[in-house]
Design a protein around this ligand. Structure first.
Ligand SMILES: Nc1ncnc2c1ncn2[C@@H]1O[C@H](COP(=O)(O)OP(=O)(O)OP(=O)(O)O)[C@@H](O)[C@H]1O
Length: 250
């Protein structure tokens, strides 16, 4: 689904990544883990188009997307969530999801903002779909609430609903469990599995080892900008280099 081919990244004299190659399998949940400063965020930013790689290529379904900006990647179905939730605080929860749906709709934001008569049917369809997505992530009762007043954990679920509005083929999540308590993390784990069960490929950068061991089909371990290991959670747990470099730190 997503191929990272010999990715390298230099920031001035510092080599943040070197020779990173792996494939995020279609329909899988892939976790990218590693100690602090391993290069996870840098790799995530290269995959989502925030930075160009210094070397190597990013391929989505075989197509080289290395030079595409984030919006272009989103059009091809590569959608991301943020570690620091970015919501429209003054809008309702429902409206936040509707904004995502408008960017996908044929009529676009402009016509919808002015409520052209021929857009009313579309508007109704979008509102219904937004309700469905809130139901899917488990917060249907919060539709009318101002997004800025949401507790952090609910905000994360809303962000996921908004990402789902973009109809991702591949959802890239930046530390989705950061800031969540254990019951919220368990809820998140169920939701990510539900997303995978819809046929959407998921890749996440995450520090919460219990979460990645629970939900991931495949793990990639980075250390000091290189790939230390790749395998199933079981294989990674038993990998001596990983234990030394990473798990041993805990
Ligand atoms: N924009 C930048 N300019 C210069 N150096 C950077 C930049 N972004 C990252 N680095 C460096 O690249 C290396 C990898 O950092 P990165 O943030 O990708 O690691 P990480 O695995 O995400 O760490 P953490 O788990 O702490 O978030 C670090 O040495 C970092 O200082």
């Amino acid at each position: 689904m997503l191929n990272l081919n010999g990715i390298g990244k230099r920031f001035g004299g510092l080599t943040a990544l070197e020779g990173i190659s792996f494939n995020v399998g279609k329909g899988s949940i892939t976790g990218i883990i590693g100690p602090n400063g391993a290069g996870k965020t840098t790799l995530f930013n290269i995959a989502t188009g925030i930075y160009p790689p210094s070397s190597g290529a990013v391929l989505l379904e075989g197509k080289d997307i290395s030079k595409l900006p984030p919006e272009g990647r989103a059009h091809l179905g590569l959608v991301r969530t943020f570690q620091n939730i970015e919501l429209f605080g003054k809008m309702t929860v429902l409206e936040n999801v509707m904004v995502g749906l408008h960017t996908q709709s044929s009529s676009g934001m402009f016509a919808c903002a002015f409520r052209m008569p021929w857009q009313m049917g579309e508007e109704k369809r979008i509102r219904a779909r937004a309700h469905e997505l809130l139901e899917f992530v488990g917060i249907p009762e919060l539709a009318g609430v101002e997004a800025g007043t949401l507790p952090f954990g609910k905000g994360r679920l809303l962000e996921i609903a908004r990402a789902m509005a973009l109809e991702p083929k591949l959802l890239l999540m930046d530390e989705p469990a950061a800031g969540l308590n254990s019951s919220e993390t368990a809820e998140l784990a169920d939701l990510i599995k539900k997303i995978r069960d819809l046929g959407i490929t998921v890749a996440l950068v995450e520090h919460d080892m219990d979460l990645v061991m629970d939900i991931c089909d495949q793990l990639v371990v980075l250390n000091l900008g290189t790939m230390l290991a790749e395998g199933t959670p079981r294989e990674i747990q038993d990998n001596q280099a990983v234990i030394t470099a990473y798990l041993g730190e805990e």
